[in-house]
Design a protein around this ligand. Structure first.
Ligand code: XLS
Ligand code: CA
Ligand code: CA
Length: 440
Protein backbone atom coordinates (compact mmCIF):
# COMPACT_ATOMS: atom_id res chain seq x y z
CA UNK A 1 0.00 0.00 0.00
CA UNK A 2 1.38 3.41 -1.03
CA UNK A 3 1.38 6.13 1.63
CA UNK A 4 0.08 9.53 0.55
CA UNK A 5 0.28 11.28 3.88
CA UNK A 6 3.56 9.97 5.28
CA UNK A 7 4.49 13.28 6.88
CA UNK A 8 1.40 13.13 9.07
CA UNK A 9 1.29 11.03 12.24
CA UNK A 10 -1.86 9.57 13.71
CA UNK A 11 -3.85 12.36 15.32
CA UNK A 12 -4.52 11.92 19.01
CA UNK A 13 -6.32 13.67 21.83
CA UNK A 14 -3.88 16.04 23.57
CA UNK A 15 -6.19 18.30 25.61
CA UNK A 16 -7.08 22.00 25.31
CA UNK A 17 -3.62 23.29 26.22
CA UNK A 18 -1.60 21.51 23.58
CA UNK A 19 0.54 23.59 21.22
CA UNK A 20 0.28 21.01 18.44
CA UNK A 21 -1.90 21.89 15.47
CA UNK A 22 -2.64 18.32 14.44
CA UNK A 23 -4.02 17.13 17.77
CA UNK A 24 -7.50 17.03 19.27
CA UNK A 25 -8.18 19.50 22.02
CA UNK A 26 -11.70 18.30 22.84
CA UNK A 27 -12.38 15.19 20.74
CA UNK A 28 -11.48 12.35 23.06
CA UNK A 29 -13.05 9.35 21.28
CA UNK A 30 -13.51 7.25 24.44
CA UNK A 31 -14.69 10.01 26.77
CA UNK A 32 -18.14 9.22 28.19
CA UNK A 33 -20.81 11.83 27.49
CA UNK A 34 -24.50 11.20 28.19
CA UNK A 35 -23.89 7.45 28.68
CA UNK A 36 -21.98 6.81 25.47
CA UNK A 37 -18.52 7.60 24.18
CA UNK A 38 -17.99 10.69 22.05
CA UNK A 39 -17.16 8.45 19.12
CA UNK A 40 -20.40 6.48 19.50
CA UNK A 41 -22.52 9.63 19.71
CA UNK A 42 -20.94 11.46 16.81
CA UNK A 43 -20.15 8.64 14.33
CA UNK A 44 -17.92 10.96 12.36
CA UNK A 45 -17.64 10.28 8.64
CA UNK A 46 -15.27 11.52 5.97
CA UNK A 47 -16.82 11.92 2.54
CA UNK A 48 -15.11 10.39 -0.45
CA UNK A 49 -16.14 12.94 -3.06
CA UNK A 50 -14.84 16.23 -1.67
CA UNK A 51 -11.78 14.73 -0.01
CA UNK A 52 -10.43 12.30 -2.60
CA UNK A 53 -12.15 13.15 -5.91
CA UNK A 54 -12.51 16.93 -5.99
CA UNK A 55 -9.79 18.82 -7.83
CA UNK A 56 -10.47 22.35 -6.63
CA UNK A 57 -11.96 23.70 -9.85
CA UNK A 58 -14.74 26.28 -9.75
CA UNK A 59 -17.02 27.90 -12.34
CA UNK A 60 -14.22 30.33 -13.26
CA UNK A 61 -11.07 28.27 -13.04
CA UNK A 62 -9.38 24.92 -13.35
CA UNK A 63 -8.11 22.42 -10.79
CA UNK A 64 -5.87 23.62 -7.99
CA UNK A 65 -5.49 20.36 -6.08
CA UNK A 66 -3.04 17.73 -7.16
CA UNK A 67 -4.30 14.29 -6.11
CA UNK A 68 -1.28 11.98 -6.26
CA UNK A 69 -3.41 8.80 -6.17
CA UNK A 70 -4.59 9.76 -9.67
CA UNK A 71 -1.09 9.53 -11.20
CA UNK A 72 -1.73 6.04 -12.55
CA UNK A 73 -2.79 5.16 -16.08
CA UNK A 74 -4.70 1.95 -15.32
CA UNK A 75 -8.11 3.20 -14.32
CA UNK A 76 -9.03 0.49 -11.83
CA UNK A 77 -5.60 0.75 -10.24
CA UNK A 78 -6.16 4.50 -9.98
CA UNK A 79 -9.35 3.91 -8.00
CA UNK A 80 -7.57 1.35 -5.82
CA UNK A 81 -4.94 4.00 -5.06
CA UNK A 82 -7.69 6.45 -4.18
CA UNK A 83 -9.08 3.85 -1.80
CA UNK A 84 -5.65 3.50 -0.18
CA UNK A 85 -5.55 7.27 0.30
CA UNK A 86 -9.04 7.29 1.83
CA UNK A 87 -8.22 4.51 4.28
CA UNK A 88 -4.91 6.10 5.27
CA UNK A 89 -6.67 9.43 5.81
CA UNK A 90 -9.49 8.15 8.05
CA UNK A 91 -7.20 5.91 10.09
CA UNK A 92 -4.76 8.76 10.70
CA UNK A 93 -7.67 10.99 11.66
CA UNK A 94 -8.87 8.28 14.05
CA UNK A 95 -12.47 8.23 12.84
CA UNK A 96 -14.46 5.17 11.82
CA UNK A 97 -16.83 6.06 9.01
CA UNK A 98 -16.81 6.80 5.28
CA UNK A 99 -19.54 7.98 2.91
CA UNK A 100 -19.41 7.58 -0.88
CA UNK A 101 -21.25 7.81 -4.19
CA UNK A 102 -21.05 4.78 -6.47
CA UNK A 103 -18.88 6.61 -9.00
CA UNK A 104 -16.54 8.07 -6.36
CA UNK A 105 -15.61 4.54 -5.43
CA UNK A 106 -15.46 2.95 -8.89
CA UNK A 107 -15.13 4.29 -12.44
CA UNK A 108 -18.42 4.53 -14.29
CA UNK A 109 -17.04 2.74 -17.39
CA UNK A 110 -18.53 2.84 -20.87
CA UNK A 111 -21.50 0.53 -20.41
CA UNK A 112 -23.83 -0.67 -17.67
CA UNK A 113 -21.87 -3.95 -17.65
CA UNK A 114 -18.58 -2.15 -17.10
CA UNK A 115 -20.17 -0.05 -14.35
CA UNK A 116 -21.29 -3.19 -12.53
CA UNK A 117 -17.96 -4.93 -12.97
CA UNK A 118 -16.02 -1.92 -11.66
CA UNK A 119 -18.33 -1.34 -8.73
CA UNK A 120 -18.22 -4.99 -7.65
CA UNK A 121 -14.44 -4.97 -7.94
CA UNK A 122 -14.07 -1.88 -5.77
CA UNK A 123 -16.70 -3.02 -3.26
CA UNK A 124 -14.63 -6.17 -2.69
CA UNK A 125 -11.52 -4.07 -2.12
CA UNK A 126 -13.30 -1.62 0.17
CA UNK A 127 -14.91 -4.49 2.11
CA UNK A 128 -11.51 -5.96 2.87
CA UNK A 129 -10.09 -2.62 3.96
CA UNK A 130 -13.07 -1.92 6.22
CA UNK A 131 -12.57 -5.29 7.91
CA UNK A 132 -8.83 -4.92 8.27
CA UNK A 133 -9.09 -1.43 9.79
CA UNK A 134 -12.34 -1.81 11.76
CA UNK A 135 -14.05 0.90 9.72
CA UNK A 136 -17.64 1.23 8.54
CA UNK A 137 -19.76 2.86 5.87
CA UNK A 138 -22.06 5.48 7.39
CA UNK A 139 -24.03 5.68 4.16
CA UNK A 140 -23.70 5.08 0.47
CA UNK A 141 -25.45 6.84 -2.39
CA UNK A 142 -25.64 7.00 -6.18
CA UNK A 143 -24.54 9.97 -8.23
CA UNK A 144 -27.50 10.44 -10.58
CA UNK A 145 -26.84 14.10 -11.30
CA UNK A 146 -23.34 14.59 -12.81
CA UNK A 147 -23.61 12.69 -16.10
CA UNK A 148 -25.18 14.72 -18.95
CA UNK A 149 -27.95 12.12 -19.27
CA UNK A 150 -29.28 13.49 -15.97
CA UNK A 151 -29.37 17.13 -17.06
CA UNK A 152 -33.18 17.14 -16.75
CA UNK A 153 -33.30 15.04 -13.62
CA UNK A 154 -33.13 11.34 -12.80
CA UNK A 155 -36.43 10.07 -11.36
CA UNK A 156 -38.16 13.24 -12.58
CA UNK A 157 -36.73 13.12 -16.10
CA UNK A 158 -39.19 13.57 -18.99
CA UNK A 159 -37.77 10.36 -20.46
CA UNK A 160 -38.61 7.07 -18.67
CA UNK A 161 -35.42 5.42 -20.00
CA UNK A 162 -33.44 7.84 -17.86
CA UNK A 163 -35.66 7.01 -14.89
CA UNK A 164 -34.69 3.37 -15.58
CA UNK A 165 -30.99 4.26 -15.75
CA UNK A 166 -31.18 6.02 -12.37
CA UNK A 167 -33.00 2.98 -10.96
CA UNK A 168 -30.16 0.79 -12.25
CA UNK A 169 -27.61 2.92 -10.42
CA UNK A 170 -29.55 3.10 -7.17
CA UNK A 171 -30.15 -0.66 -7.22
CA UNK A 172 -26.41 -1.26 -7.57
CA UNK A 173 -25.37 1.40 -5.05
CA UNK A 174 -27.90 0.19 -2.47
CA UNK A 175 -26.80 -3.42 -2.93
CA UNK A 176 -23.16 -2.33 -2.56
CA UNK A 177 -24.01 -0.41 0.63
CA UNK A 178 -25.78 -3.44 2.05
CA UNK A 179 -22.89 -5.77 1.15
CA UNK A 180 -20.48 -3.40 2.89
CA UNK A 181 -22.56 -3.39 6.06
CA UNK A 182 -23.49 0.30 5.60
CA UNK A 183 -25.69 1.90 8.24
CA UNK A 184 -27.69 3.97 5.80
CA UNK A 185 -28.41 4.94 2.22
CA UNK A 186 -28.99 8.53 1.05
CA UNK A 187 -31.06 9.85 -1.82
CA UNK A 188 -30.18 13.41 -2.64
CA UNK A 189 -32.38 14.56 -5.51
CA UNK A 190 -29.56 16.35 -7.31
CA UNK A 191 -31.57 17.56 -10.28
CA UNK A 192 -35.04 16.49 -9.14
CA UNK A 193 -36.58 19.90 -9.76
CA UNK A 194 -36.83 22.34 -12.61
CA UNK A 195 -35.41 25.54 -14.05
CA UNK A 196 -38.62 26.87 -15.58
CA UNK A 197 -42.31 26.01 -15.38
CA UNK A 198 -42.53 26.76 -19.13
CA UNK A 199 -41.24 23.30 -20.04
CA UNK A 200 -42.19 21.35 -16.90
CA UNK A 201 -45.13 19.16 -15.93
CA UNK A 202 -44.84 19.36 -12.14
CA UNK A 203 -47.70 16.97 -11.37
CA UNK A 204 -46.22 14.33 -13.70
CA UNK A 205 -42.74 14.73 -12.22
CA UNK A 206 -44.02 14.39 -8.66
CA UNK A 207 -45.79 11.18 -9.60
CA UNK A 208 -42.52 9.85 -11.03
CA UNK A 209 -40.64 10.84 -7.88
CA UNK A 210 -43.19 9.02 -5.71
CA UNK A 211 -42.83 5.87 -7.86
CA UNK A 212 -39.06 6.02 -7.64
CA UNK A 213 -38.95 6.40 -3.87
CA UNK A 214 -41.47 3.57 -3.52
CA UNK A 215 -39.40 1.27 -5.75
CA UNK A 216 -36.28 1.98 -3.66
CA UNK A 217 -38.10 1.22 -0.40
CA UNK A 218 -39.50 -2.02 -1.85
CA UNK A 219 -36.06 -3.08 -3.03
CA UNK A 220 -34.54 -2.31 0.37
CA UNK A 221 -36.96 -4.80 1.96
CA UNK A 222 -36.47 -7.36 -0.81
CA UNK A 223 -32.73 -7.55 -0.20
CA UNK A 224 -33.08 -7.31 3.58
CA UNK A 225 -31.07 -4.10 4.01
CA UNK A 226 -31.37 -3.27 7.70
CA UNK A 227 -29.95 0.24 7.49
CA UNK A 228 -31.98 3.44 7.14
CA UNK A 229 -33.07 5.18 3.96
CA UNK A 230 -32.59 8.94 4.02
CA UNK A 231 -33.74 11.76 1.78
CA UNK A 232 -31.48 14.81 1.80
CA UNK A 233 -33.46 18.03 1.29
CA UNK A 234 -32.05 20.98 -0.63
CA UNK A 235 -34.03 23.96 -1.94
CA UNK A 236 -32.11 24.76 -5.13
CA UNK A 237 -28.74 24.38 -6.84
CA UNK A 238 -28.25 22.93 -9.36
CA UNK A 239 -31.92 23.36 -10.36
CA UNK A 240 -33.83 26.55 -9.65
CA UNK A 241 -36.39 24.86 -7.47
CA UNK A 242 -36.06 21.36 -6.10
CA UNK A 243 -38.93 19.12 -5.03
CA UNK A 244 -37.17 18.19 -1.79
CA UNK A 245 -36.89 21.86 -0.73
CA UNK A 246 -36.58 21.36 3.04
CA UNK A 247 -37.61 19.05 5.88
CA UNK A 248 -41.22 20.25 5.87
CA UNK A 249 -41.55 19.83 2.10
CA UNK A 250 -40.10 16.32 2.18
CA UNK A 251 -42.44 15.43 5.02
CA UNK A 252 -45.39 16.52 2.88
CA UNK A 253 -44.09 14.44 -0.04
CA UNK A 254 -43.58 11.37 2.14
CA UNK A 255 -47.18 11.70 3.35
CA UNK A 256 -48.42 12.17 -0.22
CA UNK A 257 -46.58 9.02 -1.34
CA UNK A 258 -47.44 7.06 1.84
CA UNK A 259 -43.75 6.59 2.67
CA UNK A 260 -43.45 8.18 6.12
CA UNK A 261 -42.42 4.85 7.64
CA UNK A 262 -39.73 4.21 5.03
CA UNK A 263 -37.58 7.34 5.00
CA UNK A 264 -35.85 9.63 7.45
CA UNK A 265 -33.89 12.77 6.59
CA UNK A 266 -30.23 13.41 6.05
CA UNK A 267 -30.11 17.09 6.93
CA UNK A 268 -27.27 19.30 5.76
CA UNK A 269 -26.41 22.58 7.47
CA UNK A 270 -25.68 24.35 4.20
CA UNK A 271 -28.98 23.23 2.63
CA UNK A 272 -30.98 24.40 5.64
CA UNK A 273 -29.52 27.89 5.38
CA UNK A 274 -30.06 27.97 1.60
CA UNK A 275 -33.73 27.23 2.35
CA UNK A 276 -33.80 30.28 4.63
CA UNK A 277 -33.75 28.37 7.93
CA UNK A 278 -31.14 28.13 10.62
CA UNK A 279 -29.76 24.60 10.85
CA UNK A 280 -31.09 24.33 14.40
CA UNK A 281 -34.61 25.21 13.24
CA UNK A 282 -34.46 22.64 10.46
CA UNK A 283 -33.34 19.92 12.87
CA UNK A 284 -35.95 20.90 15.45
CA UNK A 285 -38.69 20.61 12.82
CA UNK A 286 -37.43 17.18 11.74
CA UNK A 287 -37.24 15.99 15.36
CA UNK A 288 -40.75 17.24 16.07
CA UNK A 289 -41.97 14.97 13.27
CA UNK A 290 -39.73 12.01 14.10
CA UNK A 291 -37.81 12.40 10.85
CA UNK A 292 -34.24 13.02 11.93
CA UNK A 293 -31.89 10.44 10.44
CA UNK A 294 -28.36 11.69 9.83
CA UNK A 295 -26.41 14.92 9.53
CA UNK A 296 -24.20 16.52 6.86
CA UNK A 297 -22.41 19.00 9.05
CA UNK A 298 -20.93 21.29 6.38
CA UNK A 299 -22.01 24.93 6.45
CA UNK A 300 -22.43 27.78 3.99
CA UNK A 301 -21.09 31.31 4.18
CA UNK A 302 -23.35 33.95 5.68
CA UNK A 303 -22.49 36.48 2.96
CA UNK A 304 -23.31 34.46 -0.13
CA UNK A 305 -26.14 32.32 -1.31
CA UNK A 306 -24.59 29.16 -2.65
CA UNK A 307 -23.51 25.77 -1.46
CA UNK A 308 -19.94 26.38 -0.30
CA UNK A 309 -19.68 23.15 1.73
CA UNK A 310 -17.35 24.59 4.37
CA UNK A 311 -16.23 22.83 7.51
CA UNK A 312 -18.09 23.92 10.68
CA UNK A 313 -16.04 26.31 12.82
CA UNK A 314 -18.45 27.87 15.29
CA UNK A 315 -19.13 26.29 18.66
CA UNK A 316 -21.86 28.91 19.24
CA UNK A 317 -23.81 27.57 16.26
CA UNK A 318 -23.01 23.91 16.72
CA UNK A 319 -23.83 23.81 20.43
CA UNK A 320 -27.45 24.64 19.60
CA UNK A 321 -27.50 22.07 16.80
CA UNK A 322 -26.13 19.32 19.02
CA UNK A 323 -28.39 20.27 21.91
CA UNK A 324 -31.39 19.93 19.61
CA UNK A 325 -30.22 16.54 18.34
CA UNK A 326 -29.25 15.07 21.70
CA UNK A 327 -32.20 16.34 23.70
CA UNK A 328 -34.26 14.27 21.29
CA UNK A 329 -32.18 11.19 22.02
CA UNK A 330 -29.40 11.58 19.41
CA UNK A 331 -28.97 9.68 16.18
CA UNK A 332 -29.56 5.94 15.77
CA UNK A 333 -28.10 4.76 12.46
CA UNK A 334 -27.04 8.28 11.56
CA UNK A 335 -23.85 10.17 12.20
CA UNK A 336 -22.04 13.40 11.40
CA UNK A 337 -20.75 13.40 7.84
CA UNK A 338 -18.29 16.02 6.66
CA UNK A 339 -19.74 16.68 3.21
CA UNK A 340 -17.21 19.48 3.24
CA UNK A 341 -14.31 20.62 1.14
CA UNK A 342 -11.27 22.74 1.80
CA UNK A 343 -11.17 26.11 0.06
CA UNK A 344 -9.84 26.17 -3.50
CA UNK A 345 -6.72 28.01 -2.34
CA UNK A 346 -6.00 25.40 0.33
CA UNK A 347 -4.13 23.30 -2.17
CA UNK A 348 -1.88 21.24 0.09
CA UNK A 349 -3.05 17.75 1.06
CA UNK A 350 -2.29 18.70 4.66
CA UNK A 351 -5.12 21.23 4.58
CA UNK A 352 -7.58 18.33 4.63
CA UNK A 353 -6.16 17.35 8.02
CA UNK A 354 -6.39 20.86 9.46
CA UNK A 355 -9.96 21.11 8.19
CA UNK A 356 -11.16 17.84 9.68
CA UNK A 357 -9.29 18.14 12.96
CA UNK A 358 -10.61 21.64 13.66
CA UNK A 359 -14.17 20.70 12.73
CA UNK A 360 -14.12 17.52 14.82
CA UNK A 361 -13.02 19.57 17.82
CA UNK A 362 -15.86 22.01 17.19
CA UNK A 363 -18.28 19.09 17.27
CA UNK A 364 -16.73 17.65 20.42
CA UNK A 365 -16.78 20.96 22.29
CA UNK A 366 -20.36 21.52 21.18
CA UNK A 367 -21.31 18.06 22.39
CA UNK A 368 -19.95 18.96 25.85
CA UNK A 369 -22.03 22.12 25.88
CA UNK A 370 -25.10 20.12 24.80
CA UNK A 371 -24.44 17.62 27.60
CA UNK A 372 -24.30 20.46 30.14
CA UNK A 373 -27.62 21.87 28.89
CA UNK A 374 -29.29 18.47 28.97
CA UNK A 375 -27.98 17.59 32.44
CA UNK A 376 -28.70 20.94 34.10
CA UNK A 377 -32.24 20.86 32.56
CA UNK A 378 -32.65 24.63 32.80
CA UNK A 379 -33.97 24.94 29.26
CA UNK A 380 -36.16 21.84 29.40
CA UNK A 381 -37.62 22.83 32.80
CA UNK A 382 -38.42 26.20 31.33
CA UNK A 383 -40.28 24.59 28.43
CA UNK A 384 -42.16 22.22 30.74
CA UNK A 385 -43.39 25.05 32.91
CA UNK A 386 -44.24 27.16 29.86
CA UNK A 387 -46.59 24.46 28.56
CA UNK A 388 -47.86 23.23 31.95
CA UNK A 389 -51.34 24.63 31.24
CA UNK A 390 -51.81 21.80 28.76
CA UNK A 391 -51.69 19.34 31.67
CA UNK A 392 -54.88 20.84 33.16
CA UNK A 393 -58.32 19.43 32.31
CA UNK A 394 -58.93 22.28 29.87
CA UNK A 395 -55.70 21.52 27.98
CA UNK A 396 -56.13 17.78 27.84
CA UNK A 397 -59.81 18.00 26.89
CA UNK A 398 -58.90 20.24 23.95
CA UNK A 399 -56.21 17.89 22.68
CA UNK A 400 -58.30 14.78 23.14
CA UNK A 401 -61.07 16.30 21.03
CA UNK A 402 -63.52 16.33 23.94
CA UNK A 403 -64.62 19.94 23.53
CA UNK A 404 -66.15 21.82 20.59
CA UNK A 405 -65.67 25.38 19.45
CA UNK A 406 -68.98 26.23 21.15
CA UNK A 407 -67.75 24.69 24.45
CA UNK A 408 -64.62 26.83 24.29
CA UNK A 409 -66.59 29.97 23.50
CA UNK A 410 -68.84 29.25 26.50
CA UNK A 411 -65.80 28.68 28.71
CA UNK A 412 -64.34 32.07 27.73
CA UNK A 413 -67.59 33.93 28.39
CA UNK A 414 -68.13 32.21 31.75
CA UNK A 415 -64.52 32.71 32.82
CA UNK A 416 -64.54 36.38 31.79
CA UNK A 417 -60.89 37.17 32.54
CA UNK A 418 -57.91 38.47 30.57
CA UNK A 419 -55.03 35.99 30.50
CA UNK A 420 -51.56 37.37 30.90
CA UNK A 421 -48.98 34.91 29.51
CA UNK A 422 -45.73 34.37 31.42
CA UNK A 423 -42.51 35.72 29.95
CA UNK A 424 -40.93 33.72 27.11
CA UNK A 425 -37.52 34.57 28.63
CA UNK A 426 -35.62 34.29 25.36
CA UNK A 427 -32.65 36.33 26.63
CA UNK A 428 -32.41 34.20 29.75
CA UNK A 429 -32.43 31.07 27.57
CA UNK A 430 -29.68 32.51 25.39
CA UNK A 431 -27.59 33.28 28.47
CA UNK A 432 -28.02 29.71 29.67
CA UNK A 433 -26.67 28.44 26.35
CA UNK A 434 -23.62 30.68 26.52
CA UNK A 435 -22.93 29.64 30.11
CA UNK A 436 -22.93 25.98 29.02
CA UNK A 437 -20.47 26.74 26.22
CA UNK A 438 -18.15 28.65 28.55
CA UNK A 439 -18.34 26.13 31.36
CA UNK A 440 -16.35 23.19 29.93
C1 XLS B 1 -25.01 18.25 -2.68
C2 XLS B 1 -25.28 17.21 -1.71
C3 XLS B 1 -24.60 15.87 -1.99
C4 XLS B 1 -25.23 14.76 -1.19
C5 XLS B 1 -24.85 13.39 -1.66
O1 XLS B 1 -25.27 19.41 -2.46
O2 XLS B 1 -24.90 17.72 -0.46
O3 XLS B 1 -23.24 15.96 -1.77
O4 XLS B 1 -24.91 14.85 0.17
O5 XLS B 1 -25.19 13.17 -2.98
CA1 CA C 1 -24.11 20.57 -0.13
CA1 CA D 1 -24.83 16.68 1.52
Amino acid sequence: MVSYFNEIDKINFAGPDTEKQLAYRYYDANRMVLNKTMAEHLKIAVCYWHSFCWHGGDAFGAATRNLPWEAESNILKRYENKLDAAIEFVTKLGVKYLTFHDIDLAPEGNSPQEYQYNLNHMVDKLGQKLNDNKLQVLWGTANAFSHPRYMSGAATNPNPEIFARAAFQVKNALTATKNLGGLGYVLWGGREGYDTTLNTNIAQELEQLGRFLTLVAEYKHKIGFKGSLYIEPKPCEPTKRQYDFDAATVYALLQKFDLVQEYKLNLEANHATLAGHSFTDEIAYACANNLLGSIDINRGDAQNGWDTDQFPNSVEEMALVLYEIFRHGGLTNGGFNFDAKVRRQSNSLHDMFYAHVGAIDVLAKSLLAAEELIVNKRLSDNISSRYSGWQTSLGSNILQGKVSLEDLAKFVVENNKEVNPPSGQQELCENIVNQAIWKK
